[in-house]
Design a protein around this ligand. Structure first.
Ligand code: ADP
Ligand code: GN1
Ligand code: MG
Length: 359
């Protein structure tokens, strides 16, 4: 955290007085756990989320809506969705200065995050968790939500951003990554499929999470079942294919997103099957034929999109994703492209798995 920030002044605003420690493995916000673990304090990344008012309005609306659904189903809203802690002035975030904006959530206790090794049961539970989240939001009035990051999953625009980064070559790295650039441009034809489906109405625009990494779900530390879907910054209208594909981008890989030994990076069909089983158990009745058909493709699409975002950031000089070592974004891009190459060969098998699950 920026050394000049007076954290006591931040705490005073939220009427809390606790020690803090950096927490979690997100690539975007700075997260701190307040001890004893009662609150999560987050410095919102305002260079990415440029309108904190709109962002927090979305989160308040969506969590209130989910809270009602959870209550109706006999659940505990304080545990099964995020709870925003207001400042003493009744605001849902605190602006310390122009760049430093903080929010606070209740810490959801007795849960675990899955960052690395995961079992097939974990994937089943994650699929069920994200599926239920989407199902609960299926009657949310989508047009009342702000678009917190414009064109977030507009893959064709992501390809354009990559092309701009190549030609601008801001960090002088383009020549050294020609092989990755060639791979990215060769596979760019996948970018339009979902966009075309949305335009034709075969794929529905729904309220989706849009950032369904497995570590954006909290699991019960004892039963292992999904408790709450978190990191709601990107909840906005989108395709369910984005959520399904993005979850398996990491959930279906045999290695971490930044593993550099590509010989151990593979896409695992059993992981796909477990996640899809959990996901479809909650959503199969609401999906269109086209959405079902494209479930396997969506994994390749989202892995490709994330790969080109990492490559673009590398070419731009690492300004978007947090990096923890030199060439981190390049390592991440190579890793994603290895998965894309495998997924390219697997579509028929994955389609058969989906057919089997729906039979
Ligand atoms: P980022 O956008 O940077 O990924 P997240 O909102 O996902 O930030 O938070 C980072 C990590 O902090 C999560 O992966 C999770 O482990 C933990 N976390 C966030 N919110 C809560 C919460 N309310 N209760 C418990 N843990 C949380
Ligand atoms: C970011 O915030 P976090 O770490 O859950 C990113 C996702 C990427 C992901 C790659 C707002 O997710 O889109 O898929 O990193 N979130 C944003 O690991 O850009
Ligand atoms: Mg996160």
């Amino acid at each position: 955290m920026n050394k000049q920030i007076d954290l006591n002044a931040v705490f005073t605003q939220f009427d809390t007085k606790t020690a803090i420690a950096p927490y979690g493995n997100g690539h975007i916000n700075d997260t701190y756990c307040c001890e004893p673990a009662k609150y999560i304090l987050q410095k919102i990344n305002t260079s990415i989320f440029t309108d904190p008012d709109a962002l927090m309005e979305n989160i308040e609306r969506v969590t209130a809506f989910l809270g009602n659904k959870i209550k109706e189903a006999g659940g505990d809203p304080e545990r099964e969705t995020l709870t925003v802690i207001k400042t003493k002035d009744g605001k849902n975030f605190y602006r310390y200065d122009d760049e430093n904006v903080f929010r606070m959530y209740t810490f959801i206790t007795h849960t675990k995050s899955i960052e690395g090794d995961k079992t097939l049961t974990d994937l089943y539970n994650a699929g069920k968790g994200f599926g239920k989240f989407q199902q609960m939001l299926s009657d949310y009035p989508a047009d009342t939500l702000h678009e917190t990051i414009r064109d977030f999953h507009h893959t064709a625009k992501r390809v354009e951003a990559l092309k701009t980064a190549i030609s601008e070559n801001k960090a002088g790295r383009a020549a050294s990554v020609q092989a990755e650039i060639d791979f990215a441009l060769k596979h760019a034809s996948c970018a339009d499929t979902v966009l075309n489906g949305i335009a034709s109405g075969e794929i529905l625009l729904r309220v989706t999470h849009n950032d369904t990494k497995i570590n954006n779900i909290l699991f019960d530390e004892i039963t292992g079942e999904a408790v709450a879907v978190i990191d709601l910054d990107t909840v906005m209208p989108g395709s369910m294919l984005y959520d399904f594909g993005d979850a398996l981008r990491m959930g279906g890989s045999t290695a971490a997103e930044d593993e550099t030994d590509l010989d151990i990076v593979h896409f695992d069909k059993a992981c796909f099957e477990s996640f899809a089983k959990g996901y479809l158990s909650e959503t199969k009745d609401v999906l269109t034929e086209k959405e079902i058909e494209l479930l396997p493709f969506s994994v390749k699409l989202m892995t490709y999109e994330c790969g080109i975002r990492f490559l673009t950031d590398y070419l731009n000089g690492d300004t978007y994703f947090k990096i923890h070592r030199e060439h981190h974004n390049l390592d991440r891009a190579r890793n994603q492209f290895k998965l894309v190459a495998e997924l390219d060969q697997m579509e028929t098998e994955l389609k058969d798995i989906v057919k089997g699950l729906l039979a």
